[in-house]
Write a protein that binds this ligand. Structure first.
Ligand SMILES: Nc1nc2c(c(=O)[nH]1)N=C([C@H](O)[C@H](O)COP(=O)(O)OP(=O)(O)OP(=O)(O)O)CN2
Ligand SMILES: [Zn+2]
Length: 130
């Protein structure tokens, strides 16, 4: 298998309101988020690419418009954890990436800091890489 990834960043604030009273992450705070879009394929295309990295640029543009310098609690309908953000971004990719890329979409990883990340992917049996 081949795997490629492209990373994008944005800065945003959030509060994790489901955490207990007194937990530091219930308070208003922010992160410099990193989002990694990961694609896999069993074979390469005519250019010896899994896919052109440039095909993923629309994800970065959407992340900037939707999330950069925003309060995530205001713009998401789910709790703004890394896990939920990864799921929201994965589902956006399924709906908005070129149709040739969506079967290759392996996972979306979201980091709030260099030492932690959460990843969302669909169950393996639904994944049909090229
Ligand atoms: N599984 C998850 N756990 C936590 C999430 C999350 O999205 N998924 N989020 C948070 C908070 O956003 C918090 O701001 C980050 O928590 P944490 O890494 O514990 O805190 P720091 O960035 O200050 O890192 P230190 O290693 O403690 O310095 C909490 N948990
Ligand atoms: Zn946080």
């Amino acid at each position: 298998m081949y795997e490629i990834a492209k990373s994008f960043g944005f800065s945003a604030s959030h509060r994790l309101e489901r955490l207990p009273e007194g937990h530091k992450c219930r308070r208003l705070h922010g992160h410099n988020y990193t989002v990694e879009i990961r694609l896999i394929a069993e074979e390469l295309d005519e250019q010896d690419f899994v896919a052109d990295f440039g095909e993923l640029d629309r994800v970065g543009e959407w992340l900037r418009v939707a999330f950069d310098h925003r309060h995530l609690n205001d713009v998401l309908t789910v709790d703004p954890t890394c896990e939920r953000l990864a799921e929201v971004i994965y589902e956006w990719c399924v709906r908005h990436l070129p149709s040739a890329l969506t079967p290759m979409l392996h996972a979306v990883r979201v980091s709030e800091s260099p030492s932690s990340w959460a990843e969302y992917r669909r169950a393996a049996e639904t994944e049909t890489a090229r």
